[in-house]
Design a protein around this ligand. Structure first.
Ligand SMILES: CCCCC/C=C\C/C=C\C/C=C\C/C=C\CCCC(=O)SCCNC(=O)CCNC(=O)[C@H](O)C(C)(C)COP(=O)(O)OP(=O)(O)OC[C@H]1O[C@@H](n2cnc3c(N)ncnc32)[C@H](O)[C@@H]1OP(=O)(O)O
Length: 243
């Protein structure tokens, strides 16, 4: 248990910017798992115990040249200080401090929860994406490559997969701005299909904040910005301190 805590904390402390975020104290999730979260009586949910915590938003061999070009562009902007690359793990709890002590040592069979967008073990088949956050402008950019396992109509990306990317990119912006949030509303206009294998740029911005409500707009365009694929709006609600 102690070793697990050390590994997780070591991984998290590498993300120095997180410690500087004003929202970080709000990102501490509750420390016990309600029974309703368990997928069945035979299974126990476990938290990440991997030797190494992999950051999935770093380039891998499946990335297209378009994906790499956009990534390099925002990495350069990050070096100038305006953007921050958001790390991405395959277990939601890894993004949050305070889960490590829940690593169990014995329960079998076990199932480890997985972040929906990072649930495939082979690179390039599903969601390949990286997100950057601009704190001054309250914006996120997502660079998304749609893998072949995201098919809806033949050769095209499933609308639900696109909705997931809108939710993820605008949700990340809301989280970085306000702390823990849940999606309350998502409206999507599908303007033109996204071909499987293509890379698109997801642009999200905060429209307004009213108390616990944060209103977001999202646009998805082709890598060269010429084709508008998606226009969307979303409402996220900040969690109460007790949640
Ligand atoms: C340390 C890490 C930092 C870095 C982070 C970086 C990256 C993040 C990486 C990983 C994390 C992974 C992904 C994150 C990305 C995406 C996030 C996905 C989030 C989800 O995928 S989440 C699942 C789907 N989501 C639900 O499962 C919600 C079910 N639902 C509820 O849980 C409640 O319904 C709730 C909580 C929404 C509200 O409940 P509540 O009790 O807290 O608040 P309440 O009802 O009082 O509403 C307060 C005010 O919002 C207004 N309001 C409420 N709902 C509205 C609606 N639909 N339309 C218009 N207005 C609405 C009210 O009218 C009132 O307005 P007013 O104050 O003006 O009266």
């Amino acid at each position: 248990m102690f070793r697990c805590s050390v590994r997780l904390i070591k991984g998290l402390t590498q993300i120095t910017w997180l410690r500087e975020q004003p929202v970080l104290p709000n990102l501490l999730y509750r420390r016990s798992v309600p029974a309703a979260y368990l997928p069945s009586r035979a299974l126990r949910v476990t938290w990440p115990c991997a030797e190494e915590v992999k950051d999935f938003s770093l380039p891998n061999p499946s990335w297209s040249q378009n994906m790499r070009n956009l990534y390099n562009k925002y990495m350069e902007l990050s070096q100038q200080g305006s953007w921050i690359r958001l790390p991405s793990y395959n277990v939601t709890a890894t993004h949050l401090i305070g889960k490590a002590e829940q690593c169990p040592d014995s329960a079998k069979p076990q199932v480890t929860t997985r972040l929906f967008t990072r649930n495939l073990d082979v690179e390039g088949l599903g969601f390949e994406y990286v997100m950057f956050y601009n704190q001054a402008e309250l914006r996120t950019v997502g660079i998304f490559q749609a893998g072949p396992y995201l098919e809806g109509p033949i050769g095209l990306t499933h609308g639900g997969a696109i909705a997931t990317i809108v939710d993820t990119t605008s949700g990340a912006c809301a989280i970085c701005t306000l702390g823990k949030v849940k999606t309350a509303n998502l409206n999507i206009n599908y303007r033109s299909p996204i071909t499987l294998g293509s890379t698109v740029e997801v642009q999200c911005r905060v429209d307004k904040i009213e108390g616990r409500k944060i209103f977001m707009s999202t646009e998805i365009r082709s890598a060269d910005s010429q084709v508008l694929h998606i226009e969307a709006t979303a409402l996220f609600i900040q969690m109460k301190m007790s949640e």
